[in-house]
Design a protein around this ligand. Sequence first.
Ligand code: ATP
Ligand code: SF4
Ligand code: MG
Length: 306
Amino acid sequence: MPYKLVDGVSFDVPEGGVLGIVGESGCGKSVTAMSLLRLNSPAIELTGGQILFGGEDLVRCSDERIRKVRGAEISMIFQEPMTSLNPVFTVGNQIVEALQAHENISEQAARKIAIDFLGHVGIPSPQTRFDNFPHQLSGGMRQRAMIAMALVCKPRLIIADEPTTALDVTIQAQILDLLRRLRAELGMAVIMITHNLGVIAEIADRVVVMYAGRVVERASVGALFDRPAHPYTEGLLASVPPLDRDVDRLPTIVGTVPSPQAMPTGCRFAGRCPYVQDACMRTDPALVSVGQDHAAACIRHTGYSA
Ligand SMILES: Nc1ncnc2c1ncn2[C@@H]1O[C@H](COP(=O)(O)OP(=O)(O)OP(=O)(O)O)[C@@H](O)[C@H]1O
Ligand code: SF4
Ligand SMILES: [Mg+2]
């Protein structure tokens, strides 16, 4: 029996902008991201909707076209670099191959660009590192090599799915800095996926909050932090560690995300919401405007009679 993993998710990313997608584990962030490039497992079907990239619908374009888009126009970086890096080839060769797959250039020219990019992403002695296998690099260096590979064709959009989660805090900050710098230099747009609103505050201009396969709030980063309009966002904000003091324990949102096979009727957050009313069990709240360029899906904004 088929069931929906994500549903009615809608957002846009302007050229050169950074959109954050945030939500707990299982909210549908990766399924959404993989759908953009039709990279989901075959068990997952795209049943409708549009993914417009510069006016072209990526849901309906040919397989050949989407293969060209991947890497050259839109590329992805993942939490685990070994998802993209092949352990049996040197990092340099993999970058050269990525370049040659999309551009008609000589091996020598590609090698030079690859070495430049390894330096660009902050890998010391790039000439030597070019000939290293992935296992010869530290975790942070591998992440940088993967970023170099993702950026070498100068894509217009980069989708980063939890790119810093597995790294320690210092390296996380360095990688975020790097992405910010490269974005400014190369003018690419970024979709940054994370479960951490702290990362969003660091890098994004706009943010989409996902819960149980839906968008529950959409806003500029400033508005989201100043005036969160959905109780789930409030809960996520309360669990961001403060930068200025140590805390033993942060509040967490009690309960878990409902599974896609057993979505409750009514508001999907009702089982965990501190403001829940009887009406929330009957009403599936629509995403409505709650301010300029700010929308949320909660009946506290649409009225309890909805
Ligand atoms: N191949 C699959 N087949 C069936 N269900 C899947 C598949 N991949 C993901 N799902 C389900 O889709 C839902 C959304 O998963 P998704 O991986 O997008 O979450 P996420 O927000 O990226 O979480 P995380 O923060 O853990 O990466 C989850 O309920 C997950 O179990
Ligand atoms: S609709 Fe009700 S349960 Fe859902 S978030 Fe709003 S107040 Fe909470
Ligand atoms: Mg994920």
